[in-house]
Design a protein around this ligand. Structure first.
Ligand SMILES: Nc1ncnc2c1ncn2[C@@H]1O[C@H](COP(=O)(O)OP(=O)(O)OP(=O)(O)O)[C@@H](O)[C@H]1O
Ligand SMILES: [Mg+2]
Length: 222
């Protein structure tokens, strides 16, 4: 079953002779439990692609379906609700809430969801090697620690689709491998569709599928 389906997605920024065509008609699908990596040079359109996939910005044309629901024609309020329930984002900057400690970042999700998941949170924090940081604020964490908290928070909501933009960018090699392996394990064990964007060729080793973004077009690699 396709969790994310995108058809003929185009995105332009600006107009006239300064217009940039960031995405040039992309068709893409990711199935339940599938881990897909997207590599490609800076400026090729990877982040634009991922934020459009998750409904954080609109395409200029084309359609997007999340678990069969057409995302493109939903009103913002419905779209936000669908996004919250179905999608876990891990963005290039960890985007943690600055005035909440690590454990409060998780409780925040719990409150919105009205579900107690204390045991799950502890396991997740331990598996990401951040349990000892639970009472710290984002400003007191390293870039890598912040990123691991953001990954934990995205997984904590138990969404069907995980969209990760350079989740390993600020991590040392060992933690980077651990994070990718954890994302792959989650994708396979809990049947999450996962799309990871990365610069780092070494990180795609465990992927079910790899595509390359080249000048606004997606090209299958294996
Ligand atoms: N909001 C915007 N306004 C204008 N141009 C934009 C905007 N966002 C992206 N672009 C342009 O679209 C193209 C693709 O950008 P994008 O951020 O998707 O690349 P990327 O592959 O994620 O790069 P990186 O690897 O550096 O993160 C670039 O030419 C960029 O300048
Ligand atoms: Mg980017």
């Amino acid at each position: 079953m396709a969790i994310l389906e995108m058809e003929n997605i185009k995105k332009s920024f600006g107009s006239g002779h300064t217009a940039v065509e960031a995405l040039k008609g992309i068709d893409f699908k990711v199935e339940k439990g599938e881990f897909v990596s997207i590599i490609g040079p800076s400026g090729s359109g990877k982040s634009t692609f991922l934020t459009i996939a998750g409904g954080l910005q609109n395409p200029t044309s084309g359609t997007i379906k999340i678990s069969g629901n057409d995302f493109t024609h939903l009103k913002e309020k419905k779209r936000a609700a669908l996004r919250f329930k179905e999608i876990g984002f891990i963005l290039q900057s960890a985007n943690l809430i600055p005035f909440l400690t690590v454990s409060e970042q998780f409780q925040f999700v719990e409150k919105i969801e009205h579900k107690a998941k204390a045991d799950f949170a502890k396991d997740l924090l331990e598996s990401l090697d951040i349990y000892d940081l639970k009472d710290k604020y984002p400003k007191d964490l390293s870039g890598g620690e912040r990123q691991r908290v953001a990954i934990g928070r995205a997984l904590f909501n138990d969404p069907d689709l995980i969209l990760a933009d350079e989740p390993t960018a600020s991590l040392d090699t060992e933690h980077a491998y651990d994070v990718v392996k954890l994302l792959v394990k989650e994708a396979h064990a809990k049947e999450k569709a996962t799309v990871m964007v990365t610069h780092d060729q070494r990180m795609v080793e465990w992927s079910d599928r790899v595509l390359k973004m080249e000048d606004g077009q997606l090209i299958p690699q294996m």
